[in-house]
Design a protein around this ligand. Structure first.
Ligand code: SAM
Ligand code: SF4
Length: 348
């Protein structure tokens, strides 16, 4: 079967689909591998960042994102590294907002650590961003500083305030860590819900070498959910299209006592590959169709080799067609990371 012969798939004829019938409508676009924090589960303490020449320019990021939009991508998430440390990143949001105006895109969102949000929240809202994810693993300034190797919690909280004041819907993402924040998670969730924000918990994934021992920090969300159920009433929420929009691979519950929604992203204890609708582009233009596999297509070579939009789209189609069925993340003391690249370079 050729890449363009989509077989028995109930998708529009021009849809970007893989050989298993999954339709890809969601691109996560990493705009930098750099970051102002060094979260212990994400980065090594002394990271070597990419030379600037290797990173796509903002114009190149716009071109490649636009090629995806031409192939039916409906949702774009800007991520990194820390996207808001990329110089002039608002220019990219402004350029991409034309696809919102034309109706080609449903949504442009952002995943951020929040440290620069206070400066940028109002502008982002003005450019059509409606909701963002803020990653925040602890409300204890000391724990936060240790986990991020030097981060200032007050800046993130000011960022969350500014985002809400600008009318952005904020979802708090927290990586569940057995020692660092397990005991604090109920308070973190209650805080988010008390401010009208959804919260999502994420299992730590084995990506890239870091100093921290992930076996030691791994906390099964299946177990955590059981613990939460011992004092909260959790009701499973059906996966409606709007929940798919916010949650992707997350499974959501309603917490009766707080009134808020809580998501669980469980790549290890329960993987979600069968419904995966997303792909990721690194800031160097490498397309990964699976977070946990080494598959990759070099779109930068096409961008910089004089390729046009059709060339880009052909490469994207071929790569998506070959999207792996799923990943096989496992955490174990003797196991190497499933993939050598860090989440920060893949675009988490
Ligand atoms: N800097 C931004 C932030 O922290 O939100 C965006 C990039 S960051 C790589 C995206 C998300 O990936 C964050 O929520 C972070 O907690 C998560 N993350 C990073 N490394 C991870 C890992 N090894 N396992 C699970 N989640 C991870
Ligand atoms: Fe930076 Fe985000 Fe990675 Fe933390 S999780 S080091 S904020 S890229």
């Amino acid at each position: 079967m050729s890449p363009l012969d989509l077989g028995p798939i109930s998708a529009p004829p021009n849809a970007l689909a893989d050989s298993l019938g999954r339709v890809v409508r969601y691109l996560r676009l990493s705009v930098t591998d750099r970051c102002d924090l060094r979260c212990t589960y994400c980065m090594a303490e002394h990271m070597t960042f990419l030379p600037k020449a290797e990173v796509l320019s903002l114009e190149e990021l716009d071109r490649v994102a636009t090629a995806f939009v031409g192939l039916g991508t409906r949702k774009l998430r800007i991520t990194g590294g820390e996207p808001l440390v990329r110089k002039d990143v608002l220019w990219l949001f402004e350029r991409l907002s034309r696809h919102l105006a034309s109706g080609a895109l449903d949504e442009i969102t952002l995943t951020t650590n929040g440290t620069q949000l206070a400066q940028h929240a109002a502008a982002l809202a003005g450019l059509g961003v409606k909701r963002i994810n803020v990653s925040l693993d602890s409300l204890d300034a000391g724990v936060f500083r240790r986990l991020t190797r030097g981060g200032d919690l007050a800046k993130v909280l000011a960022g969350v305030d500014a985002a809400q004041a600008a009318g952005l819907a904020v979802k708090i993402n927290a990586v569940a860590l057995a020692h660092d924040n397990a005991a604090e998670l109920p308070a973190l969730i209650a805080w988010a819900h008390g401010r009208g924000m959804d919260a999502t918990l994420i299992e730590t994934m084995p990506m890239g070498e870091v100093e921290a021992d992930r076996t030691d920090q791994y906390l099964s969300l299946t177990d955590l959910k059981r613990t939460l159920s011992s004092f909260w009433t959790l009701t499973d929420l059906p996966l409606t299209p709007s929940l798919k929009g916010i949650g992707g691979p997350a499974r959501y519950v309603r917490v009766a006592e707080t009134g808020g929604r809580l998501g669980f992203i469980t790549p290890l204890s329960h993987n979600f590959c069968e419904s995966c609708n997303r792909v990721r582009l690194t800031c160097t233009g490498t397309l990964h169709t699976c977070l946990g596999r080494e598959d990759a297509a070099d779109l930068r070579a096409i961008l910089r080799g004089g390729g046009n939009e059709t060339d880009l789209q052909d490469a994207i189609r071929a790569s998506v067609w070959a999207k792996p069925a799923g990943h096989d993340f496992q955490i174990g003391r003797d196991l190497a990371p499933a993939v050598a690249r860090h989440m920060s370079s893949t675009g988490g």
